[in-house]
Design a protein around this ligand. Sequence first.
Ligand code: NAP
Length: 249
Amino acid sequence: MFDLKGEIAIVTGGSKGIGKAIVYALAVAGATVVIADIDEDNGKHICNELSGSGFQAEIVKTDVTDSKSVDSLVHYTVNKYGKVDILVNNAGILGDAPITEISDEDWDRLMRINLTGAFYCCRAAVRHMLEKRKGKIINIASAGGKQGFPLAGVHYCASKGGIMALTRQLALQVSPQGIHVNAVAPGTTETEMIKNRSEEKRQFIINKIPVGRMGRPEDTAAAVLFLASKAGDYITGETIDVNGGLYMD
Ligand code: NAP
């Protein structure tokens, strides 16, 4: 049911953290994975590791804020493999400054990576998926896009709320053509994104999580694999929370 043999997947921001775990989950399930990340070195390392174990992955250096870079990523993938079955929009950055300290540039940069980048990737992939009448798009949102969260900035939470709205509306438009669009909303997850948190802030977060630990990248990757596989075939327009019960707080 989770078999992805023969499927072609693009994962943005796949060189580290949650994206890296998603790349592994999809590749081990049998997909050929194209990592689309600005970090080429880590991406190459992941591809070498995966190919050493008999799995398929390659890195295509891509900046999701540049629509030409995104269009050429999808063009390259379709030319080489004939299709794109799965797109995971994972590339993102965190912003946690209070509103009075967010400059115009901070706001624009974060929105361009977290929201505009996902739009560019969806647009490029959907143009192709519509021809095949088949596709799975999975956008990585955040718990901060759904409820107030003390350690995230308004720009970050607005970008992730935008991701969920984009997910629903695109699902409404393209599900009749065989393209499923869903999101996964992780709670705080152990990656480089949160490495600068003080021990006090980490404990503050953990105290809010009923299961008593932060998320692991693999927790989110498992939900993405579910949605990408046949097991998720009757789900579209949905956001799955992966947050250890945070909303029960
Ligand atoms: P991460 O460890 O910082 O990895 C993000 C990756 O995206 C990095 O390789 C980064 O490259 C790359 N990237 C940044 N800008 C890019 C661009 N313009 N084009 C292509 N790639 C780009 O982040 P993460 O914690 O795994 O987060 C992944 C996703 O999960 C994000 O969307 C994030 O908002 C979401 N999320 C994370 C958490 C959490 O607590 N970690 C919680 C909820 C949601 P560089 O490192 O070179 O910049």
